[in-house]
Design a protein around this ligand. Sequence first.
Ligand code: AMP
Length: 283
Amino acid sequence: MKTVYGISELRVIVDEQKKQGRTIGFVPTMGALHSGHISLIEKCVSGNDFNIVSIFVNPTQFGPNEDFNKYPRTLDADIKICEKAGVDVVFAPNASEMYADTKEATLVCPPYSLVDKLCGKSRVGHFDGVATVVAKLFNITGCKRAYFGEKDAQQLFVIKKMVQDLNFDVEIVSCPIVREPDGLAMSSRNTYLTPEGRTRALKIYKALLCVKKLYEQGENEVKALRDAALSVLDGLDVEYFDVYDLNSFEETDRIVSTAVALCAIKIHQGKGYDVRLIDNIRL
Ligand code: AMP
């Protein structure tokens, strides 16, 4: 396995692989790899001839008051994990390699109707940063298939829409959420949780399971489902708890076909130690 830091070096490798007729699989990440990432990587490795994982904490998807500086960076451990999983190349550029023109660069901006809700509402500009960096990484890696987690449901929808609208020849493969044994969705940000904060965070999956159970028992009015979730989440700072139709990715009042319950919760742990967690469950 090779670790590559430069775009032109990666292009040489990719061109050679393509000449040999190999399909390229790609997993974009921000590193601090955990079992959730590994599930994507393993799926990628088993489905493609040549596999690339990017590790890049993308500054343009963080707001000014977000955790870009303290985001966990564990490149050496990440490289070992990728090697063990059978990855061919880890692409780990720095910000100046990815954003050579610091003054003004072209952006990929998803439609406003897709980003003025859920995470995009509080993280203004976040999905412009995500779509732009993913478009760049698709072009740099020349991938035929790319793997994304369902944990970031809105991101997955945004990327699928971008691929369709901009005619990227890339198949987007969605992968189920991987959880800790006690139900907490795996996230690089879980490392910020104190033991006490982590215990409180377990209410998130409990609330999602409660909604799923009620739905399975025949409740399809979203108000009733949300009220039940909010009572489980009592005491936590709920940024949103919504139910979306999965096909349209629009909010719904009454579930008629496949839906997903999504939430963002802030765990307050004292000054400067708030952790924002997202999670969702298919209904
Ligand atoms: P990140 O490094 O947080 O940008 O995540 C990189 C990719 O891993 C994204 O497609 C995420 O949706 C996915 N991912 C993160 N956590 C999980 C998880 N617990 N289960 C499945 N996929 C995940």
